[in-house]
Structure formats: C-alpha cells, structure tokens
Write a protein that binds this ligand. Structure first.
Ligand code: C5P
Length: 215
C-alpha cells in the first residue's frame, strides 16, 4: 500500500553503539525493500577546499560538521516521494567523494547517525525517534577495530581522537539527545526483541493498522 506520506524513523546513538546494525536488521526484515536508509555521515560537509592536514583537525563530532540543510532538503524531497542524489563520504580522505547514490522514495525512511536527534528541525520530521544506548567501553572497542580495519586509521590516532574530541562531544551533544527518544534500545544490534518490536511497529503503520479511527 502506498501512503500519503512516508514515515520517518530516526536512529541515533554514540559511535560504535550498534545503530547501523539495528538499522540494517530492521531493513532486512522488510524483503520488499520498502525502506530507504539515509546515513547522517553521508552529509558531512565537503572539505575539498581545505588541505588534507587541515581536514585532519576538523571536529567531526560537532553538529556544525554536517551539512544539515542539505540533509533536511533531501528528506523533504523523499517526503514528497521524489528521488534524491545522496552524497558519498570518504573517511580515508575526510571529504565527500565524487560519487553520488540515487535514493528512490519509499514508504519508510530511516535516518541514522550520531547527531540525528540533535537538530530540532530533523526531530520535527520524525515519526519515531530511537536512541541506541551502549556502554562506552564496548563502543570504543568497536570503534578501534572498525577505524583501524576500515577507515585507514592507526590505533594511536583512534585513541587520541576518542579522548580529545569524540568522548567530550559525545557527552556534550550526543548523550543529551537520549531525552528526545521515544524508544531507547540497550545493546544495539544484539537486542533482537527491540528490533522485532520496531519492525512490528513499522509493519503496523504500513498496513494502516495504526491509523486512528478519529483521523
Ligand atoms: O559510524 P559512526 O557513527 O561511528 O560515525 C561517526 C564518527 O565518525 C564520529 O564519531 C567521527 O569522529 C567519525 N569521523 C571521523 N573522520 C571523519 C568523519 C567522521 O573519524 N572524517
């Protein structure tokens, strides 16, 4: 069934919390591909005008690191069932790549990212807000493994970035957004009960079972 307006779900949580795994598992429980996934990371500001050394110094955990205006414009397009051209971010060079990914409009849009609940304009576009809440020791271990294996970083640089930027920004900007969540999922991707509940809720909304008799 096609809806008048897609439903928008925000999935926030600190780095390494498992929000990508939660999103992937929800996505995969809809084999008909009725979900569009938008990662906030794709909307890091392009920094081609800055030399590489300068890009290394950018604070990527601050709300101002993101091109939130473009993200909001793209969500508005998807809400009108228009396709978008999503940017692609390259972590190894700390800027956007030349590629773009076309995203077709869907009945469900999942927005996933560390600061997706931080901007009120984004929150106002969401029907369901989720915060994936995982202990910081697990998050730093996951981040260390991922950034050294997939993002071309050294152990020393990951630890240094975590202590000087990621941790303080998490406490200042990410953690406080938990208060906006409708649902807090402990332990991310391993929480199959929470993921099943989310999928059931989405299915109910898609099937119209959630429609109020008073609308
Ligand atoms: O996937 P995850 O939620 O961990 O991605 C967000 C993290 O990516 C941020 O904590 C930020 O420090 C990191 N990042 C980075 N280098 C960039 C852009 C983002 O380390 N160039």
């Amino acid at each position: 069934m096609s809806r008048k307006k897609p439903i928008v779900i925000g999935v926030a949580g600190g780095t390494g919390s498992g929000k990508t795994t939660v999103t992937r598992k929800i996505y995969r429980s809809f084999p008909d591909k009725s979900i569009a996934v938008i990662q906030q990371d794709a909307y890091y500001k392009a920094q081609d005008d800055k030399p590489f050394e300068e890009r290394l110094l950018t604070n990527y955990d601050h709300p101002l690191a993101f091109d939130t205006d473009l993200l909001i414009a793209h969500i508005h397009e998807l809400l009108q069932f228009h396709p978008i051209k999503k940017p692609v971010y390259d972590y190894t060079v700390h800027t956007r790549s030349d590629k773009i990914v076309p995203v077709e409009p869907k009945d469900v849009i999942i927005l996933e990212g560390i600061l997706i609940l931080e901007d009120r304009r984004l929150r106002d576009l969401m029907d369901i807000k989720v915060f994936v809440d995982t202990d910081s020791d697990l998050r730093i271990i996951r981040r260390l493994l991922r950034d050294t294996e997939e993002r071309g970083r050294s152990v020393e640089s990951v630890i240094n970035q975590y202590l000087t930027v990621v941790r303080p920004m998490h406490l200042q900007f990410v953690e406080p957004t938990k208060r906006y969540a409708d649902i807090i999922i402990p332990e991310g991707g391993k929480n199959t009960v929470a993921i099943d509940l989310m999928a059931t809720k989405i299915r109910a909304v898609l099937d119209g079972a959630d429609a109020s008799p008073f609308d």
